[in-house]
Design a protein around this ligand. Structure first.
Ligand code: TXA
Ligand code: MG
Length: 336
């Protein structure tokens, strides 16, 4: 398939991309979290094409992206909790799950009777949704299982030739996908941590749980089907290293051939071969911003078959960083 690349999109090109979506095409676009792969969320066939382009299991539901939170009631049975969340966090990196209305096809929701709704703050995303005139179903624009794309180059690498168009832009500001909270159960529950933290959600809703699947291996039926699949994985295998810095540095010194992910100030490790920093130790937002692109950089080094990563702390946005890294590592944590 020929893929158009709108590297620095003009207003006209965004209108054209909106037309493509409306008429059943697939268009990748930047958001503040990661790049998305969009299709018309009201068109069951168009949404089904997303699964094929990503190589994604079709029971893993998609998030629908809206230009304005007031549109949500057309597609979901909104609640007072949703209104409070929308007022505080939308547009922005928060996705809310509610009971869906009939108009959203079940191919979009993986057969579930709920729908995930997000209002991205990125101006290109917003302009594209307005140009399409329909809600846009969009997963992250990576091949299934790969780290989510945080740059246009990542999207080109994974999706060129597989979709109708790619809209470029700068690197994703946040770097990890949106926080997902479900309002479909008894108590609001975070299914995927992101830039909006559980603490911040609790400032708006009296009670918010965090799913045990966020940092654990989940036994039983997951609330979010995406939690079942191996995720965010570079080609090499990943192991998280937990423990004192000096122990970690000594362990890595013996392994020049392995990839190493550490923090910006870790001078001793950074001086070793094949090492990269992913942000400041005490600044989880800087880690979120870099993690996926660093994991992808190791895919360009064919001799690397094993990557070791220093464990991030789990406070605030750190919970999202740890969640992604734990999945990239397939729950493989080594204590030193
Ligand atoms: O930041 C983001 O959310 C990005 C950008 C593009 O907006 N999108 C994104 O989509 O991360 P995706 O498809 O990669 O992840 C969506 C997650 C999946 O884990 C899926 O299982 C879950 O949301 N999900 C979607 N609808 C759901 C529903 N009705 N119930 C439970 N989980 C749902
Ligand atoms: Mg994804």
């Amino acid at each position: 398939m020929d893929t158009l690349f709108f590297e620095n999109p003009s207003a006209e090109e965004i209108l054209r991309a909106g037309e493509m979506i409306k008429s059943g095409g697939l268009v990748a676009f930047p958001t503040e979290t990661v790049y998305g792969l969009g299709a018309n969320a009201l068109d069951a066939e168009a949404s089904a094409k997303i699964y094929a382009a990503k190589g994604r299991p079709s029971d893993n539901p998609l998030i629908i992206h809206l230009a304005d939170p007031s549109d949500a009631e057309k597609y979901a049975f909104t609640t007072p909790e949703f209104q409070r969340l929308a007022e505080r966090f939308m547009p922005g990196p928060l996705t809310v799950i509610m009971k869906k209305r009939e108009i959203i096809p079940r191919t979009v929701t993986g057969g579930l009777d709920t729908v995930a709704v997000r209002v991205p703050s990125h101006p290109t995303a917003n302009a594209l949704i307005r140009a399409a005139g329909v809600p846009i179903a969009a997963p992250s624009a990576n091949l299934s299982g790969k780290p989510s794309p945080t740059s246009a180059a990542h999207v080109v690498r994974d999706m060129f030739g597989r979709i109708d168009a790619i809209i470029g832009g700068s690197d994703a500001e946040i770097g990890v996908e949106s926080t997902i909270v479900t309002l479909a159960g008894e108590v609001p529950c975070v299914l995927r941590p992101g830039f909006v933290t559980p603490e911040e959600l609790r400032e708006v809703l009296p009670e918010v749980e965090v799913s045990p699947a966020v940092t654990g291996r989940y036994e039983g039926v997951p609330l979010s089907p995406g939690m079942r699949y191996k995720h965010y994985s570079p080609r090499a295998s990943v192991t998280i290293l937990d423990g004192e810095y000096s122990h970690i540095a000594a362990f890595l010194a013996d392994r020049p051939e392995c990839g190493k992910l550490c923090f910006a100030g870790d001078a001793e490790i950074l001086a070793m071969p094949n090492s990269r920093e992913y942000g400041e130790k005490d600044d989880p937002s800087s880690q979120a911003h870099l993690l996926f692109s660093r994991l992808r950089e190791f895919d360009d080094l064919p001799e690397i078959t094993e990557i070791y990563a220093r464990k991030p702390s789990s406070g605030g946005v750190g919970l999202a960083v740890l969640n992604r890294l734990i999945r990239a590592a397939g729950f493989n944590v080594k204590t030193l």
